[in-house]
Design a protein around this ligand. Structure first.
Ligand code: SF4
Ligand code: SF4
Length: 85
């Protein structure tokens, strides 16, 4: 599953540099997670780093992007080696 940021976000900026996939960016009003890049930190860390640092706990799983762990690994492999077959 990709994660998502809710409108409880206070734009504190601490999650953005923690993401190993550069999936977090500042949107029009609050920070956003690109579901194509979020692997729930699979491939990098045991726990989602953004969730670990968010002071207001506003990063739940994104119900629009339900993925298995195998699918998250496949996404990770694509992100780190996009030209590998
Ligand atoms: Fe980035 Fe990991 Fe948070 Fe996904 S769970 S947005 S990969 S820090
Ligand atoms: Fe928003 Fe949480 Fe990220 Fe801070 S850490 S910018 S509150 S999502």
């Amino acid at each position: 599953m990709a994660l998502m940021i809710t409108d409880d976000c206070i734009n504190c900026d601490v999650c953005e540099p923690e993401c190993p996939n550069q999936a977090i960016s500042l949107g029009e009003e609050i920070y956003e997670i690109d579901p194509k890049k979020c692997t729930e930190c699979v491939g990098h860390f045991d726990e989602p780093q953004c969730v670990q640092v968010c002071p207001v706990a506003c990063i739940p799983v994104n119900p629009q992007h339900i993925e298995t762990r195998d699918e998250l690994w496949a996404k990770y492999r694509l992100l780190v080696a996009p030209n590998a077959s």
